[in-house]
Design a binder for this molecule. Structure first.
Ligand code: SF4
Length: 314
């Protein structure tokens, strides 16, 4: 188990912040404990291929459930991020050079797991000229070559100030392009200081302009101090950018060094967000305390595809 000292080494940039006590989780936040045989098998494939997963790095509460179904989300381009967002458990620092055969290793792991839908994300690589876009594209192509029937979902960084980066990823033709807005614009300075709300929104709008058939997806965390009206505004902004799928989940404070939870949003409030989001025209909505971008992503993709067919009338 990590000690407080470990965490200071892991998050040197956050060590100056005052400890904020962790709130006790309500009854509706219940997760499956890791430890099944399938969980162990997933872990083995991840380790043998020398891969990093966001499941582990972000301390995702769903890891017991997902890994027991052989579903993991690969985090490419290392375990060190160039940003220091106040909500995120991934360590910050100067990342190492890209691993040349990582695309093949990711593709091999996806094949060994037999994934019908693969989710690939990454750390932010502001240190690279293209933000890692070409590497993302290589991973998509290697996965496509190894598993032609597997659908691919990417969850990318914002590629801020990286001209031409987004285009490279879209050209590799993932099935779903996901980029999370994470929170309402009023909280960006506190929660996501290195990012710009309008830029992230525009990134997703641009994906649709480049390829109108590509599904776009974005998510926010709630419980950080946002108001209901601010969440509604984000939904409207997302629809203006033609985003197909919104995810809304409860923010959980990874350690005492991270942003404190303002409150736990109740399951009924999530249900109300879901209803409103559908009324605003999203093709798919996932809103619950444990919703995460990649949680049930395969099943959700099948529903998303079905919803498009129904909406288009054929
Ligand atoms: S929800 Fe996503 S990040 Fe969390 S364990 Fe499942 S696949 Fe991994």
């Amino acid at each position: 188990m990590a000690t407080v000292l470990d965490r200071r080494v892991r998050h040197p940039e956050k060590a100056h912040k005052a400890d904020t006590p962790l709130l006790r989780k309500p009854d509706w936040i219940r997760v499956k404990a890791p430890g099944s045989a399938v969980y162990a098998e997933t872990q083995k494939i991840v380790r043998e291929n020398g891969l990093v997963t966001v499941c582990e790095e972000a301390g995702c509460p769903n890891i017991g459930e997902c890994w027991s179904k052989k579903h993991a989300t690969f985090m490419i381009m290392g375990d060190t991020c160039t940003r220091a967002c106040a909500f995120c458990n991934v360590k910050t620092g100067l990342p190492e050079a890209l691993v040349g055969d990582e695309p093949e290793k990711v593709a091999d792991a996806i094949k060994r797991m037999g994934l019908s839908h693969a989710v690939i994300t990454s750390v932010d690589r502001d240190d690279l000229d293209d933000g890692g876009a070409a590497h993302f594209a290589r991973v998509i192509r290697a996965t496509r070559a190894a598993m032609p029937s597997t659908t691919i979902e990417v969850l990318t960084p914002d590629f801020l100030k990286k001209d031409g980066a987004l285009e490279q990823v879209v050209e590799a033709r993932p099935d779903v392009f996901n980029h999370n807005l994470e929170t309402v614009p009023a909280l960006y300075l506190k929660i996501r200081p290195g990012a710009r709300y309008f830029h992230s929104l525009r990134l997703l709008q641009r994906v649709k302009e480049l390829d109108p058939l590509m599904f776009t997806k974005s998510g926010i965390m709630v419980g950080l101090g946002e108001t209901r009206e601010q969440v509604m505004q984000v939904m409207d902004d997302m629809r203006s950018a033609n985003i197909d799928f919104i995810t809304i989940g409860q923010y959980l404070q990874p350690t005492r060094k991270h942003a404190a939870i303002d409150r736990f949003v109740t399951p009924d409030e999530f249900k109300a967000y879901e209803t409103v989001a559908y009324s605003k025209g999203f093709l798919m909505v996932a809103a619950s305390p444990l919703t995460r971008s990649s949680h049930h992503a395969g099943d959700d993709f099948a529903r998303l595809r079905q919803a498009r067919i129904q909406h288009s009338g054929h």
